[in-house]
Write a protein that binds this ligand. Structure first.
Ligand code: ADP
Length: 666
């Protein structure tokens, strides 16, 4: 703390305590002594004050009279006494000249005052040293400013250390650089072992793979007189890699050359590593998700094939074609069918969710009349509603009929989900209202709403509604469900650029709504309903040519037809075989999956259709008329076969007169 320096002034130049001087010189001396802007004190060689001026009293807070009886050590900070004393003794002994030191006085009444004191020796006229003279300047303010600067520098250094943020300045004209201590730290350099920071010290740390990028970015920033901001790697001597972000700005001379640059260098290794780890985690999560979707898709396919066989045979038994059933067997059969259908439904939902999740669902967007799609969905849930005594009501749209842009099959699936929920979670004898209207917050949308009078949904659980496998706490109740339906519904609606939502009052009911984008075209006048032909089959024998390569379907249909003595079935695996069998068989009906591109896209198929049309042979689309979901449904070899519907259609085709296309005439 205490600094002592050699004073260049000599003792001889100082005023002396001259007992023998005349009155004039004494009063002159007194005036100078008293009015001096610095504190002055005389003391004997033991350090006892003999005489002090007013300024010295001001600095120490003591009066001249009080100081008279005091020793310098009594008012000096204990830490500074020894140095002062030692230097004083050397001075007295003639072993050193005058000295200057920074020291602290203890002010009267408490507090410390920093002073710069120069001590010299006063000699008597005989030339013998006999007093010490101290000239004292109050430096408290300077010292506290220095201390404040020091403290703020320490704080800055500390902040830079914590933030791993360093700073630099460059004077390009002198190539002088100033680095903050943290920059040395980041670069792994010891500032004590270096003359001065240089650009090379920095560049030699840049990772070899980033050297070119750094050079190019820097050259660009200078050429365009722009700020510099770049994150890159450093390769440390121990082989480790650090990431830093450097931001700099420069001032430029008229010649376009940089004059001065200032900037920051931040060690962002931790953040970068976290980012890299996060990206890796995201990649592997996505991979795992894809693997999960693939697994689910495969599994549900594997599960559906045997399940379809179970359901198919159950249906076959139900038709009575395989022989009569006892009432109890019929009951068992109902349970088998109900269980199988539930399972099939669940598998279908899981597969759907997996497909949507992995982005493998293809939508066919077209302009649709929503009322027609609702109309097509209603018959599928009428039985469910009737069983609970629930009335289904359609509130007609208030505006002119409009078309929406949607995928028909998927829209029907959405409506069926909402309608079956509205029935499932309703009270016996309740109602379900289906309504249309403009979307509340978007003029380009139509809102279809399904309102029920059911159990309602607690407000605090509304947010979970559309999450997969969330059943909102009703898991333990008797109402069957999986919690997937609404998750699929939302994903499908969003894939069609629509929105879905719900308002609900606990115990009173819920209204689910779907907003779908309006189509640009206008609805055509509704076509007249197709009259159903109430025909019966002629007593004749009918030959059916079935083109199918799915063995499960082939086996099932063959067993369905076997007991029917008015039908014979011949199965071939391809359209080409069908063409060659056509002459010898002369079938009344061709049954083929027209929605299956593999079958329908071939040249042989085109030829078969031509021949069928020319010879008046009816063609029935197996996909559209026997497989669940109809012709527009996504196809898989394990689609469920709807035997009653297929038989109904076969009968219809065989009985109906045909138009030129081979289709039954309207
Ligand atoms: P699931 O009906 O198979 O459980 P959903 O995804 O269709 O699955 O529905 C999720 C949950 O939302 C249901 O379990 C039920 O708690 C609640 N929910 C859906 N629709 C209604 C409704 N109309 N009224 C009351 N609660 C409903």
């Amino acid at each position: 703390m205490v600094k002592v320096t050699q004073d260049s002034r000599t003792a001889a130049a100082l005023p002396v305590d001259n007992q023998d001087s005349g009155e004039d010189s004494e009063s002159l001396f007194r005036a100078i002594f008293e009015q001096a802007a610095v504190g002055i004190c005389y003391s004997d060689f033991a350090g006892n004050f003999i005489r002090v001026n007013q300024r010295f009293c001001d600095i120490t807070g003591y009066s001249a009279a009080e100081l008279q009886g005091l020793n310098f050590a009594e008012i000096t900070h204990p830490d500074d006494v020894e140095v002062d004393e030692r230097q004083g003794n050397k001075l007295i002994a003639g072993r050193r000249g005058p000295y200057t030191m920074e020291k602290r006085y203890l002010r009267k009444g408490g507090g410390i005052v920093w002073v710069r004191m120069t001590v010299t020796l006063a000699r008597s006229q005989s030339g013998a040293p006999h007093r010490l003279i101290g000239v004292v300047e109050d430096t408290t303010e300077t010292i506290s400013a220095q201390q404040a600067l020091h403290a703020s520098e320490t704080r800055l250094r500390e902040a830079q250390r914590i933030a791993h943020l360093a700073s630099y300045q460059i004077d390009h004209r002198t190539d002088q650089r100033n680095w903050s201590p943290e920059l040395f730290e980041i670069l792994g350099l010891d500032p004590g072992a270096l003359d001065a920071p240089t650009y090379d010290l920095f560049t030699q740390r840049i990772h070899p793979e980033d050297q070119e990028l750094v050079a190019r970015t820097l050259a660009n920033a200078i050429a365009r007189q722009q700020n510099y901001d770049l994150a890159h790697r450093l390769l440390m001597p121990d082989g480790s890699v650090k990431w830093i972000e450097v931001r700099g700005r420069s001032s430029f001379g008229a010649d376009g050359k940089p004059l001065r640059s200032v900037g920051t260098v931040q060690d962002i290794t931790a953040a970068k590593q976290a980012e890299i780890a996060l990206r890796a985690a995201k990649d592997s999560a996505e991979k795992a998700n894809r693997a999960k979707s693939d697994f689910l898709a495969n599994m549900s396919h594997e599960l559906r094939t045997p399940l379809n066989a179970i359901l198919g045979y159950a249906q076959l038994l139900e038709t009575g074609l395989a022989g009569p059933l006892s009432p109890q067997q019929s009951e068992y059969l109902k349970d088998i069918k109900a269980g199988g259908e539930h399972l099939l439904h669940l598998i279908k939902d899981i597969l759907d969710l997996a497909k949507i999740d992995s982005g493998r669902i293809g939508l066919k967007l077209e302009d649709l009349d929503p009322a027609r799609v609702v109309g097509a969905a209603l018959p599928l849930i009428e039985r469910l509603a009737a069983a609970k005594g629930i009335s289904l009501r359609i509130i007609p749209p208030s505006q002119d009929r409009v078309l929406v842009r949607a995928d028909e099959v998927r829209l029907r699936q959405i409506l069926l989900n909402l309608l079956s929920n509205a029935i499932k979670y309703n009270r016996p004898g309740g109602s379900v209202d289906i309504g249309y209207g403009p979307a509340i917050d978007d003029a380009g949308y139509l809102r279809i709403s399904v309102a029920d009078t059911g159990i309602g949904i607690p407000n605090d659980r509304l947010s979970e509604l559309f999450m997969p496998f969330s059943r909102l706490g009703i898991e333990n109740q008797a109402i069957e469900g999986t919690g997937i339906g609404l998750a699929i519904t939302r994903q499908l609606v969003e894939l069609m650029a629509g929105k879905v939502g719900c308002e609900s009052k606990l115990g009173e009911g819920s209204t689910f709504w779907v907003d779908l984008p309006l189509a640009r075209t206008v609805a055509p006048a509704q076509a007249a309903a197709e009259p159903l032909s109430a025909a019966s089959i002629a007593a004749a024998h009918h030959q059916i040519l079935f083109i199918e390569n799915n063995p499960a379907h082939v086996r099932l249909i063959e067993r369905v037809v076997a007991p029917l003595n008015w039908l014979s079935l011949t199965t071939v695996h391809s359209a080409a075989l069908a063409v060659s069998a056509l002459d010898s068989l002369a079938p009344a009906l061709i049954l083929a999956d027209l929605g299956d591109d593999e079958q329908a896209g071939t040249e042989a198929h085109r030829r078969l259709m031509e021949l069928a049309a020319a010879r008046g042979i009816a063609v029935l689309d197996f996909g559209a008329n026997a497989l669940a979901g109809g012709s527009a449904a996504p196809r898989g070899p394990a689609e469920q076969v709807d035997i009653p519907r297929l038989l109904r259609e076969i009968v219809r085709r065989l009985a109906a007169p045909r138009d030129d296309d081979g289709d039954p005439a309207a």
